[in-house]
Design a protein around this ligand. Structure first.
Ligand code: NAG
Ligand code: NAG
Ligand code: NAG
Ligand code: NAG
Ligand code: NAG
Ligand code: NAG
Ligand code: NAG
Ligand code: NAG
Ligand code: NAG
Ligand code: NAG
Ligand code: NAG
Ligand code: NAG
Length: 745
């Protein structure tokens, strides 16, 4: 298997976890609901419900086949006053059911949903069924909803509906809020005609996110017929154009327009909405819009958020935003912007009181120096300039941005020295990214930073030979990357206490020497990378939640710990050290082990039979003195992709069942003492890219069908791969090394 595929595999694991979290979310609703029912009780003193409305509610309940949190326990025929049922709100005057708040009830499948018959709940003005699995047996939005003519609020968002949006909803002429947003993984709801929207003359909030509207070209003309609209969300609707010209724009009340994730492929200037001067929020992310940002944007003075990230070849350099005094967020990341920062800064809001909190310009082609005028953006809390072509020094005026919490200058061509002046007033700084420039950080050893970071990414900065003392004050830090920073020092004795909360730490490619600290068990580290240093001594007890460990290319010695105490470890890389002894049964604690590289050490003895094989996919034991038969535990290791036992003292016959390891991509058994025939079953290994059996005592014939190994004919792809996946607020980093370089394949 290709190293990249290994990464994908891990990503899938994380996605799985996220899915589980989503499913648990109804618990929050369960927690919130008692409060709600309390409220209903208070609001409904002295009323009792209308019998046929109670029957309708009971029918609705029958349709809900799963209610794990018992939210509908109070919905019982014996309990006559349905106005006291949880989630139900009646008029205190007439007793009519007015409101059903069932948001997030974990109600799976509702096959009988269609039984809630027309006239039964015709006084209902508020119906919120969002985030349920109420897609019923038809999978569609039920048409009978259009008979609930009193509805002012209808929220069906997050229900995995498919099929056509019923135009009958156009009968709900009192609707003020209509939310039909689909779910991302489903996206099979569609509409080919939204002219029914014109029947909703008082609609203020319309969300149809993720409903496929790809065939509707004249959608702006339709929404323009609803002057009451304040919020319009048509994100991810597969819309193909926004370039209609409307003779007259009625949408003077529109405050929020979200058209993200469509594919317009036309000049930004030809969009229809540039004179909606009341707009406060404009989201145009990922639309393939291009060309000049029209000057009209500069007159939309109510704008608070402009999000145009992920468009292509946008020219924003000559569009003045000087008058946008309420602007708080400007996101122009990934827009292929050209030009200099000086030009851009000159266009920024220039108002008595500056409001700009976030400026995102990452991944563009902005050139030149960082002008000290940036310090005029005094309210900035996030400044993201990563991935541009900035050069020269970082102006120390940046240290005046007293509200800055995120400073990201990664991946530029900046050089020069960062001093305490650059941080002078940055007391609120939480995330500092300076990596991948040619910066030096020079501060005195007595410097006490004004900030307490949770993220420090200083890779490739020169931070001096000695371990930075100022880091000692960063006791809340969660994420530290000081790899390739030129350190020549021991790990400080405050290492495990200062960094006790950190989950991610990369200090690889330095000259850190001495031993690893003894007291790491209680650290929170999950990712711990110290590859390519000069560490010596034995591996001590490890942080208990560790999941990835890379101590390769050091001078560690002694035996492996007799007990790992790290049940979640999935990747161990100890390649190229001086570690001795055998792999004791302690390895068997690591039930989730996916990647084990012990190559280039001084291990000996036989492998324990209890080896964890549930997830094992990469097993690299090359260049040690391991002995014994071909490891029989591998027989049940169906997802093994990479097996390297070369340069050891393994002996005996190669088993026939080797042909059952059908996932193998790499098999190297060279320089051992294996004997007997080559099992003909190896020709079953159709994914094999590399097979090396040289320097053994094998005899007999080379299997005739070896030519069946078609994967071998493909070119070996050399791919030194390091990548990261930002996900759910964490960055999952999976590393693979380049096998070709370091082991001379
Ligand atoms: C009925 O509700 C209205 C408003 O919700 C409130 O003003 C009124 O006092 C209530 N009447 C009774 C009898 O609770
Ligand atoms: C209802 O939604 C679920 C979850 O997306 C889906 O598996 C099921 O097929 C849907 N039912 C119908 C009838 O479309
Ligand atoms: C509909 O419900 C969803 C989820 O419960 C919520 O996020 C959304 O704001 C609601 N829509 C409206 C228009 O209130
Ligand atoms: C609602 O609208 C549909 C189509 O727009 C129409 O056929 C129907 O007669 C209307 N009335 C009711 C009560 O559904
Ligand atoms: C939307 O519908 C069109 C036409 O039916 C289809 O080609 C397209 O793939 C759909 N888009 C999505 C995201 O499903
Ligand atoms: C909205 O504008 C259009 C022209 O684009 C006009 O024909 C229509 O009458 C207006 N509608 C309302 C409700 O104001
Ligand atoms: C919008 O702008 C266009 C030209 O940019 C103009 O012709 C039109 O009258 C404007 N509409 C409104 C409602 O201001
Ligand atoms: C800017 O925001 C303030 C405070 O929310 C508001 O009073 C003012 O009307 C806004 N300015 C514009 C041009 O919308
Ligand atoms: C961005 O700059 C790089 C390097 O100078 C250049 O190769 C690339 O074409 C530029 N891209 C754009 C969209 O200007
Ligand atoms: C910094 O943030 C605080 C609190 O949010 C605010 O009161 C203050 O005005 C901000 N300073 C500047 C210069 O915007
Ligand atoms: C060959 O591979 C198939 C699956 O592709 C497997 O079912 C079979 O057992 C393998 N044969 C041997 C001899 O391992
Ligand atoms: C190899 O391929 C040949 C021809 O396709 C086939 O007859 C033979 O059974 C294959 N051998 C194995 C071990 O799969």
């Amino acid at each position: 298997m290709h190293p990249k595929s290994a990464q994908r595999l891990l990503l899938i694991v994380t996605v799985g976890i996220v899915a589980i979290i989503c499913r648990l979310s109804p618990a929050t609703a369960a927690a919130a609901s008692p409060h709600h029912s309390q409220q209903s009780r208070q609001n409904n003193v002295g009323t009792s419900c209308i019998p046929h409305e109670r029957d309708a509610l009971l029918t609705l309940k029958q349709g809900i086949t799963k209610d794990p949190y018992g939210l509908l326990d109070s919905w019982r025929g014996g309990n006559k006053d349905c106005c006291h049922w949880r989630g139900v709100r009646c008029s205190n005057r007439t007793g009519h059911v007015l409101k059903l708040e069932l948001r997030n009830v974990h109600a799976a499948r509702d096959d009988d949903y269609d039984h809630v018959k027309s006239t039964a709940l015709d006084r209902l003005f508020h119906l919120d069924l969002s985030m349920n699995y109420l897609n019923g047996s038809s999978g569609r939005i039920p048409e009978f909803l259009s008979s609930m003519v009193s509805l002012r609020y209808l929220n069906l968002s997050g229900i995995p509906y498919s099929g056509r949006v019923p135009p009958h909803l156009g009968n709900l002429s009192k609707l003020q809020n209509l939310d039909l947003s689909g779910v991302f993984y489903e996206r099979s709801m569609y509409s080919t005609d939204i002219s029914w929207l014109a029947g909703l003359p008082v609609l203020e909030h319309l969300s149809m996110s993720m409903v496929n509207l790809s065939t509707i070209v004249a959608w702006p003309d339709v929404v323009n017929l609803i002057p009451s609209l304040k919020v319009l969300d048509l994100s991810y609707c597969s819309l193909t154009s926004a370039s209609q010209s409307l003779p007259h724009i009625n949408l003077t009340n529109l405050e929020r327009l979200d058209l993200s994730g469509n594919s317009f492929h036309h000049p930004m200037a030809s969009c229809w909405f540039w004179n909606l001067t009341g707009l406060q929020y404009l989201f145009l992310e990922g639309n393939n819009l291009y060309g000049k940002v029209p000057d009209a944007l500069g007159d939309m003075t109510s704008l608070q958020i402009i999000d145009m990230k992920f468009n292509r070849n946008i020219d924003a350099m000559s569009t003045s935003l000087k008058k946008l005094c309420n602007l708080t967020v400007l996101d122009l990341s990934w827009c292929f912007l050209n030009g200099s920062m000086m030009e851009l800064i000159e266009q920024m809001p220039q108002c008595p009181s500056n409001m700009l909190l976030e400026l995102h310009l990452s991944r563009n082609n902005i050139t030149g120096i960082l002008p000290s005028q940036m310090a005029h953006l005094t309210s900035l809390s996030t400044l993201d300039l990563s991935g541009n072509l900035f050069s020269g020094h970082v102006p120390s005026a940046i240290g005046k941005l007293a509200n800055l919490t995120v400073l990201d200058l990664r991946f530029n061509k900046l050089d020069g020295v960062i001093t305490v002046k650059h941080f002078a007033m940055l007391a609120k700084l939480k995330e500092l990214y300076l990596s991948a420039n040619s910066l030096k950080i020079r501060v005195s050893s007595g410097w006490i930073p004004p900030f307490s970071l949770d993220t420090a990414d200083l890779t490739y900065c020169k931070i001096g030979r000695l371990f930075p003392v100022w880091l000692q004050f960063q006791v809340n830090i969660l994420w530290v990357d000081i790899s390739s920073t030129g350190l020549i020092d021991k790990l400080p004795d405050w290492f495990s206490t200062t960094f006790s909360k950190a989950t991610y730490m990369d200090m690889s490619h330095n000259q850190i020497n001495g031993r690893l600290p003894e007291n790491m068990e209680f650290m929170s580290l999950k990712y711990f990378y110290l590859s390519s240093n000069e560490l010596t001594g034995q591996i001590p007890s490890l942080p208990r939640n560790l999941s990835m460990l890379d101590l390769s290319l050091n001078s560690l010695s002694g035996n492996l710990p007799s007990k790992f105490g790290t049940p979640q470890l999935i990747s161990i890389n100890l390649f190229s050290n001086h570690i001795t002894g055998n792999i004791s049964g302690s390895i068997c604690e690591l039930q989730n082990l996916f990647w084990l590289d012990l190559g280039n050490n001084r291990f000996d003895g036989e492998l324990p039979q209890c080896f964890p094989v549930k997830d094992l996919s990469f097993l690299m034991l090359s260049n040690n003195s391991f002995s014994g038969d071909f490891p029989s535990f591998l027989q049940s290791c169906k997802q093994l992709h990479f097996l390297d036992l070369s340069i050891n003292k393994f002996y005996g016959k190669l088993p026939q069942w080797i042909g059952g390891l059908v996932g193998l991509w790499f098999l190297r058994l060279s320089q051992n003492m294996f004997s007997g025939n080559i099992p003909t079953t190896v020709t079953n290994l159709t994914h094999l890219h590399h097979l090396n059996l040289a320097n053994n005592r094998l005899s007999g014939a080379i299997p005739w069908d070896l030519s069946n190994l078609t994967a071998m004919t493909g070119k070996y792809v050399k791919d030194p791969y390091i990548d990261s996946y930002p996900y759910g607020g964490y960055v999952y980093i999976v590393r693979t090394l380049d096998f070709t370089d370091r082991q001379g394949i």
